[in-house]
Structures are given as structure tokens and as C-alpha cells.
Design a binder for this molecule. Sequence first.
Ligand SMILES: *Cc1c(COP(=O)(O)O)cnc(C)c1O
Length: 398
Amino acid sequence: MAENKHDAVPDYQLETLAVRAGTARSQFNEHSEAMYLTSSFVFDSAAQAAARFSGAEEGCVYSRFTNPTVNAFQERLAALEGAEAGVATASGMSAIMALIMAHLSAGDHIVASNSLFGATLQMFNNILSRFGIETTTVSQTDVGAWEAAIRPNTRLFFLETPSNPLTEIADIRALCEVAHARGILVAVDNCFCTPILQRPLDLGADLVVHSATKYLDGQGRVLGGAVVGPKKYIDPVFTFLRTAGPTLSAFNAWVLLKGIETLQIRMEAQSARALQLAQWLEAHPKVARVFYPGLPSHPQHALAMRQQQGGGAIVSFEVKGARAEAWRVVDSCRLLSITANLGDTKTTLTHPASTTHGRITPEARAAAGISEGLLRVAVGLEAVADLQADLDRGLSLI
Ligand SMILES: *Cc1c(COP(=O)(O)O)cnc(C)c1O
């Protein structure tokens, strides 16, 4: 797109990057980013077609691997994460798969947090294992356990912090020191914090993955994902995507690009509401325990406040009781949405033991700390008083 005018992106702050980075204008000089719904691009000549295919000339070829709207989303997210480069994918899971396919081979070994997103753990344990890639899972919070799990063929540390649903914090800087001393790559799933609240690359991580489906969209509309990092680590991911094809559609890229424009104000507002709700829950007589990194009672509060710009928008809590009591709270809600999604402006409520963590054995669930009385709230943008009243209706029945 040599003819396009790009808004220059010097050293702007995050909120400026969120609305300006990656903008490329066509000959019409549109102000809002255009959406390029086209599968392929036309060349001026046979020579240009050859040059575009070989990579000798920059420009779009085919939307499986080059689309201006997708490029704009990639550039904007990379700018926010302080990354040199980024590639977009069809979903968060395809971002994780592309990262693994690009950087690991049969015979390699991964050390991963045992509290990763469920589908990520299933991919590692049930799919990658069939292709000769083994995974050892360890506690997110125990740096020594990560070090002890390293084998001569360990190639990757994979973590997600804060964890879902118990909000355990991994010390990104400490884990990077352990990994880098052995030449191991560190990838962080930054879905829960987004670059507004946490920038893993600044803390030493090599690669960041996103489920853009969550806060980057922010309004529960589309699926998407991305991997960002230095160009030398992103180029192989791009090559895999170009060949294998789980790339982002231009439509979804456009929705995500506009979603990112409000990311900063949403994350700050949702995180502030989450803190208020967590404080209220902690003082509630029918609540046994609250898990929220922004509370001083969180076992890793100090680390979280060092590493993050806020507690995030996920609050989990245990009711006094078990499944029946937790379900009573869920079923008494009229405002909170009963759904497993998160990152939406609409607050969602989940009972992990019977939904997101329902397929693992009761023993594994107990070992992971997912009790029958546990509920997870992904706080949106409603008034905190309305959220409290909705939760209180069920809590008061316990
Ligand atoms: C949702 C989620 C994913 C998977 O993303 P999809 O877009 O649903 O494929 C990965 N990691 C975390 C932390 C998530 O919450």
C-alpha cells in the first residue's frame, strides 16, 4: 500500500496509540479506518504480481496473509504492547496454536502453568502430545517448580497471569530470568490485563498472545486473536499462518480496531468497578473468601501491584456453602448474564465447577482450588450498586 498515508506513531502514550496507531488511509482520505472486504488484490502487471508473490515488493496479495484492515489491527495492538511486530489470528486459540507451530517441533518440551485457560491445557495435553511435544504443568506462583521442571529439550514457558478464575499471579520477571538463563522462550497470554494494565514484553517476556475476543473487542461481538513480539519471533508465526490459514477476517479486524479505541477507558473503569465490588464482597457475611489481586488480602497483592497497573476486572468469590448455594446466587440474578464469556461491557457470572472447569475430574478440580461454592464475576460497565443489589438477592437467601 505504498500510496497510503500512515499516521506517524512516535513515542505517544497508550491512550493516543489506542486511537491512532496503525491507521492507513486510502486515496479517499477517509477519517475512520476503512474495512477492506476483499479476498484478493489486483496487480498492475505480470512483473508486479511476481514481485508481490516473492516479497520483493511490499503490498497485498491475498487476504489469508495480507489485508489492510488486518494490518491496521496488528500494528495498533503491537504498538500498545510495545512490540516490534504482530500477527492477527481467527481466535485466541489459533494464536496459541500458531505460536507453538512456529516455534516448536516434535521432541520439544513446554513448561506451562497448571491454571491456564482450559482449551489451552487441552491443546497442550491432548493434541500437541500426539505430535511429540510434551508439556509439564506447574503452579503459576512457584518459580522453583518451573525451574525444576526444565529438561534439556525445554523450549517454551507458557503462562497466563492473572489466572482464571482464582487470579493467581505469575512473577513474569522472575520466570523470564529462569527461562532466559537456559535459552528458553517465554510466552504470556495477556488476555486478562491487556496492555493497558500489564505489558509482559517490558517485564522480559519474548512473546505475548491475546484472545482479542475478550477485552480488545470489549463488547462481545467477534472472535479474534493475536501474537506480538520482536520481528524475529513473529516472522515464523506469520509464515505458519500464511500457509495454514487460521487468520483473522477483515470484518473482525475492523471491529477489533474500533474496540481498541476505547480499551483504556474501559479497562480503567471496569477495573475500578471490580475493586469496589471485591471490597463489598469481602465484607459480606455470606461470602467466605474473595480472590482479587487489587485487595490487600490477596496473597500476591504486592507483586500484582508492581507488575500491573490495576487489579483487572475479574473477581472470584466463594459463597458460604457449596454448589446449591452458589447456584442460588446465579439463579437469583436478573442483571448479571449467566455466561462463560468475559471482557464484555455487560457483567457476566460463571460457576466454574459446573461449566468452564466441569470436564476435569473432581479431584483435579479440588487440587486446582476450584471449589463448588466458587463464582466468577467478569465485571462490566454497569453501576456497582446495581451489581451489588443483583448479587445480594441470592446471597441473602443463603
Ligand atoms: C478466551 C481465552 C482464550 C481463547 O480465546 P478464543 O478467542 O476464545 O479462542 C485464551 N486464553 C484466555 C485467557 C482466554 O480467556
